[in-house]
Design a binder for this molecule. Sequence first.
Ligand SMILES: Nc1ncnc2c1ncn2[C@@H]1O[C@H](COP(=O)(O)OP(=O)(O)OP(=O)(O)O)[C@@H](O)[C@H]1O
Length: 407
Amino acid sequence: MKQGILIIHDNSCNTNVLIEKIQSNEFPQLSLDTSQQIRIFSPKVLEAFIQEEEIHERNVFGTSNQPIKTLSGGEQKKALLNYLIAAQPAVLILDNPFDHLDIQAQKELSNRLETIATTIQLILILSRTTDIPKFIKQKYSATNNTLVAYTNNNTANTIVKDIAIPTPIEPQEYGYNYLIQCKNINVTYQDKPILNNITWNIKPGEFWQLTGPNGSGKTTLLSMITGDNVKGYGQELYIFGKRKGTGESVWDVKKSIGYFTTNLTQQFKGRYTAEQMIIGGFFDAIGLYNKPTDVQKQKAAQWLNVLGMENQKNTLFRNLPLGAQRMIMIARAMVKHPLLLILDEPTTGLDDHNANLLVTFINKIAAESNTTILYVSHRAEKGLTPDHTFTLTKTSEGSIGNIINSI
Ligand SMILES: Nc1ncnc2c1ncn2[C@@H]1O[C@H](COP(=O)(O)OP(=O)(O)OP(=O)(O)O)[C@@H](O)[C@H]1O
């Protein structure tokens, strides 16, 4: 009988590097026979399949006619796992498979992995101790891309100081009661109902969490608000006091929104320092095309100070550990104190300690700014203190929305 192996990693590790080392047998303690067929479940592999499908215009997973790219995050993971297991590999390495999965799907996956572990050698690489399935007995920790004895003490490279966040250079002005108003919004894709009569009003300065299981339409709803989805037009959807499709440009809307999604971090591969990354938030561009003003530099320095990173202002962003990169990206999105800050699953891939810090940082931003915050997640993040939660619940006629007020 085979058994699963757990590797719990901190954010000093790069999971792709860990996987390469496992494949080339650099960890003899795993007693792995690398001559056997090894399959890998990871964001990198998923991305490669998406690209393959686009280039060759063929359905890679062969299960449905829907392109992988248009599947929801959770649906993509389920499809990839089914595809890999069908090949019956001797070894299956899984890089954080529970990320992006809702609670029900996490339970199902854990049970499924327990069954699979009797026939396939599983190596489970995780960043969150809360995700560890009970059936796994052989455990290691990974730090700086090496295996060490199991411990769940992970460390963070940033802190959140008890000093006020920097104030905006220009204060926000609101001439409306609601920042966002959705009135009876409906969405279907190829006759499949996704959103059913969604009514949701968000006032300026509120802190909202948007939750719902995989495929319930969270991303669809967000993309309508940001203007990335044409399905918002012609509906009763108001943003910053204007009805969608009544002359405002997508650019007008976007420049008042700070956006963080984990995919965004991967776009910054150039030689930008931590300071430049924060200042870049004033210019809505990836590179720094304008010379920053003294006030902008001062604000960036203050944000770095809040994060205890004042001595790392000249460190290249791409060389910073993942937790520090996330904090910088959030400071960048906040530097202008946008009307709306959207955080799409910002703790994905973070270890427990860095996830806690990020949550502390977001609570602080919510308490000390007038920016409206929309925190999107399929799981309630421990310690997060939103004013309200908007929950999508799937039905056969599309998802319906419910509001849960805190306290
Ligand atoms: N362009 C598209 N064509 C067809 N179906 C789509 C398209 N975009 C999204 N969908 C479907 O709409 C549903 C909602 O997807 P959406 O990405 O909004 O869900 P989600 O709540 O963000 O899910 P997750 O938590 O898994 O990320 C899914 O079933 C998805 O497959």
